[in-house]
Design a protein around this ligand. Structure first.
Ligand code: CP
Ligand code: NVA
Length: 347
């Protein structure tokens, strides 16, 4: 691979783990891996690498992206539903981490507490990637900004407006990702759902270094003017189901619709795209919406030509693969397991 990244043996807890240039290099590597797959190259960068997929919460994209990413480069994955292993039940997370670390070359975790994924990282001795927790969704934002760069050929100076639940895992991660990429990030949300001030302050500091801005606003009418990317996510994240009616009340005025896209002033110029991490409530074809219809985005926006949500979903494979390859591929430096074994021998 042309892209060189010094990330051997490293996982990912939040985007703060990556320097600005590492963040962009992971996207460069993902672009390269996407092209390699399009050319039909049967890769072996992850040959004999075993990756555990430990999932407490549901997933379609993250689980499948990780499985396909590993298989494309000769690696394999083992899906471990937290309901079917002892994680935190009959066995502490720390002990499970130490066991999985003896068997696998890496672990991708999806679940509730950020502390769980951090404990896995601390004790497994192999790279651990955060595939979503209540607080962060870093691998998602790598795919999001890869998709933005495909659409505009650049990231710096673009304006991304996130509209909806402003304090969820995706909003938090986008705030950091945009700041690292030099993009102006506007989080448009009701007062009650504003992100935590210390998270905003940390992102603002990064943004200041990259000559861009982070802003938290509450009025969608003015927020979207000049936007190049309109992004939304579900109003009720996994684990928050009891808040459904409260969120509907708060977020109805924040539904992304065609009028909002027109207000960007960029629709006719083809200078705006729509993104959503998915799954999305855009029509009546789900159990949740069969009676109430679209929630966070109307169907005409979701299905429009400027909607890039399925490119974004596909890019989950290429970006997760880039993380796996950067951490584990032997071509990318001495294999991690070998380094770990050397370290053990020295003890
Ligand atoms: N976007 C995303 O993480 O999707 P899944 O919940 O299907 O993994
Ligand atoms: N915020 C959403 C993202 C799903 C990919 C959730 O946590 O459910």
């Amino acid at each position: 691979m042309k892209t060189r990244i010094e990330m051997q043996g490293r996982g990912l807890m939040t985007l703060h783990d990556l320097t600005d240039s590492e963040f962009l290099s992971v996207i460069d590597l993902a672009d390269e891996l996407k092209l390699r797959k399009r050319k039909g190259v049967r890769g072996n960068l992850l040959e004999r690498k075993n990756i555990a997929l430990v999932f407490e919460k549901m997933s379609t994209r993250t689980r499948c992206a990780a499985a396909v990413a590993a298989a494309d480069e000769g690696g394999r994955t083992e899906y471990l539903s937290a309901r079917e292993i002892h994680l935190g039940g009959k066995e502490s997370v720390i002990d499970t981490a130490r066991v999985l670390g003896r068997m696998f070359d890496g672990i991708l975790f999806r679940g509730y507490k950020q502390a769980t994924v951090e404990n896995l990282q601390k004790y497994a001795g192999v790279p651990v990637w955060n595939g979503l927790t209540d607080d962060w969704h870093p691998t998602q934002v790598l795919a999001d900004l890869m998709t933005v760069r495909e659409a505009f050929g650049k990231l710096k100076g673009l304006k991304l407006v996130y509209i909806g639940d402003g304090r969820n895992n995706v909003a938090n991660s986008l705030m950091v990702g945009c700041a690292k990429a030099g993009m102006n990030y506007v989080n448009c949300t009701p007062h009650e759902l504003s992100p935590l001030p210390d998270l905003v302050a940390a992102a603002e500091e990064i943004a200041a270094g990259n000559k861009c801005e982070v802003s938290i606003v509450h009025n969608p009418e003015s927020a979207v003017v000049g936007a190049n990317v309109i992004y939304t996510d579900v109003w009720v994240s996994m684990g928050e189901e009891s808040k459904f009616s409260e969120r509907l009340r708060l977020l109805r005025p924040y539904q992304v619709n065609m009028r909002m896209l027109e207000r960007t002033g960029n629709l006719d110029k083809k200078q705006v795209i729509f993104l959503h991490c998915l799954p999305a409530f855009h029509d009546k074809n789900t159990e949740v919406t069969s009676d109430i219809g679209a929630l966070e985005v109307t169907n005409d926006v979701f299905e429009a030509s400027f909607s890039r949500v399925f490119d974004e979903a596909e890019n989950r494979v290429h970006t997760i693969k880039a993380l796996f390859v950067a951490a584990l591929a032997s071509e990318n430096g001495k294999g991690h397991r070998q380094r770990r074994n050397n370290a053990r021998r020295k003890k």
